[in-house]
Design a protein. Sequence first.
Length: 69
Amino acid sequence: IAPLAGTVRKVLVQVGATVEAKTQAFVLDAMKMDTYIYAPRAMTITEVAVEVGASVQVGDPLVRFTARD
């Protein structure tokens, strides 16, 4: 979920990827500053809900995932 409003500059994950907690997943441009968004837990990505250039608001979903143990 987007923690702040901004524009998606980079998508660093893809569908089917398994990532660990704290893996860089997105870069958002907010007020001309790049903000890295990290995976909150170990997960398998099932859907990337945004693409580069998309505007997001606080609370917008960025990915859908299945949590891993």
